[in-house]
Design a binder for this molecule. Structure first.
Ligand SMILES: [Zn+2]
Length: 418
């Protein structure tokens, strides 16, 4: 089983053409917005995609008022009984950098030198910024003009899924079972699955939202939020001796006892951390907000025990002080839900290998739509989409990644029929 040169060429030109079109549509999401989707512009891309899915012969195409797009591809003849699978990508782009008026530029046959940006002389893109760029010498690289992000996160995923649909229509010899396509709004602000209709999705899905070519992620952080409230006692500072319990000052001492090595700025790969995000208050009362992250849930339990023990110690050290520690589980390492889905993961690995890429299993130092979906009972590992240095004006993608990810989708669908 392999994809012919003819189909590969089609996927490359189709996915690139779509990608260049989709990135020009402004779909930045907005965490401050209370509406759903958070920005109207996301509806514009969703509408376009639902029309294109209908033109490509997909059925039951839905573009709902929340901005979600759902569509079904009927199975090829003889594969009606194959399990249904889904492919998911998100419509929005990050607020970190402007996503308005993106003008993509193709740098043909990349020569290994610095890439310069016509609309921003202050930045350049080099192998020092992204070592993978060294592996992409000779390929065509797409960037923005340096004044916006590119939007490969996640319009690369959208274009790859759409190119696969175009491939299934044009080359009926490609075998597949029933397939569901879903595009989600507001992933970047953590709301991507909030209004998703589970009943429109199959029992198993894949997101196309990873970065480097070859990547497959089946693991993400186990995530906790912690709120620690210090209740002290304020007295006039001139007569405070043996009376004042200065909540904010004690809080800062308490927080200085967290191991410095376990912070985001000192950890990478599989190392977890405490991250203090906010400290506010006064002598009477102070509140610290933290997040705890690790791939092993027992390490996060140990961090919570440490915070609890420190609380007891500080209440002894400062009689009259009261500390309340509250912990909230935010999301779970999706590996917990994927461990029993070895077949689906093996098929994804095989589909990547069939495109002549090395499989790079990857642990996401964060969460994705797939994390939340896995918790909701739909196991959803994450496949590469190809965008690099995402959420940045230096964001780039090799055109080959757009082709390869589309190939992975076609391979994966065929592998499920065997
Ligand atoms: Zn993304």
């Amino acid at each position: 089983m392999s994809i012919s040169k003819n189909i590969q060429n089609f996927l490359l030109s189709d996915a690139v053409e779509r990608f260049l079109r989709y990135v020009k549509i402004w779909t930045t999401s907005d965490i401050k917005s209370a509406s759903f989707p958070s920005t109207e512009n996301q509806l514009e891309l969703g509408k376009l995609l639902s029309n294109e899915l209908e033109d490509l012969g997909l059925e039951n195409v839905v573009h709902d008022k929340f901005g979600y797009v759902y569509a079904n591809l009927p199975p090829s003849k003889g594969f009606e009984n194959v399990s249904q699978i889904g492919f998911i990508a998100h419509l929005d782009t990050s607020q970190a950098v402007s996503g308005k008026d993106v003008k993509p530029v193709i740098h043909k046959n990349y020569d290994g030198n610095e890439i310069l940006f016509s609309q921003n002389e202050d930045i350049s893109l080099s192998i020092a910024d992204s070592p993978q760029l060294g592996e992409y010498i000779g390929l065509d690289i797409i960037t923005s003009q340096g004044d916006t992000l590119l939007g490969a996160d996640n319009k690369a995923g959208v274009a790859e899924i759409m190119a696969a649909c175009a491939g299934w229509k044009k080359f009926p010899e490609l075998k597949h079972g029933p397939i569901t396509i879903c595009f989600t709004p507001d992933e970047e602000i953590g709301r991507g699955t909030r209004k998703i209709k589970k009943k429109l999705l199959p029992k198993f899905c894949y997101t196309l939202d990873g970065s480097e070519m070859g990547q497959l992620a089946i693991e993400c952080f186990d995530a906790w939020g912690a709120t620690i409230k210090f209740k002290g006692l304020n007295v006039h500072p001139g007569t405070a001796k043996n009376l004042m319990i200065n909540a904010i000052h004690i809080a800062s001492r308490y927080l200085s006892e967290l191991p410095e090595a376990e912070s985001p700025e000192h950890t990478e790969e599989r190392e977890g951390f405490y991250h203090l995000m906010n400290l506010e208050g006064n002598e009477e009362e102070a509140t610290a907000t933290l997040i705890l992250r690790d791939f092993e849930s027992k390490n996060n339990q140990n961090r919570m025990n440490y915070l609890e023990n420190l609380k007891k110690l500080y209440e002894l050290r400062y009689p009259g002080l009261k500390i309340e520690a509250n912990f909230l589980h935010q999301y779970q390492n999706m590996l917990t839900f994927l461990e029993t889905e070895q077949k689906a993961i093996d098929l994804a690995k095989k589909a990547i290998e069939l495109t002549d890429l090395e499989v790079k299993t990857h642990s996401i130092r964060g969460g994705t739509d797939g994390t939340k979906l896995s918790e909701k009972g739909i196991p959803t590992p994450n496949i590469f989409a190809g965008g690099m240095l995402v959420h940045s004006r230096k964001e780039y993608i090799p055109t080959l990644a757009l082709q390869k990810a589309s190939e992975v989708i076609l391979n994966l669908a065929e592998l499920w029929t065997i």
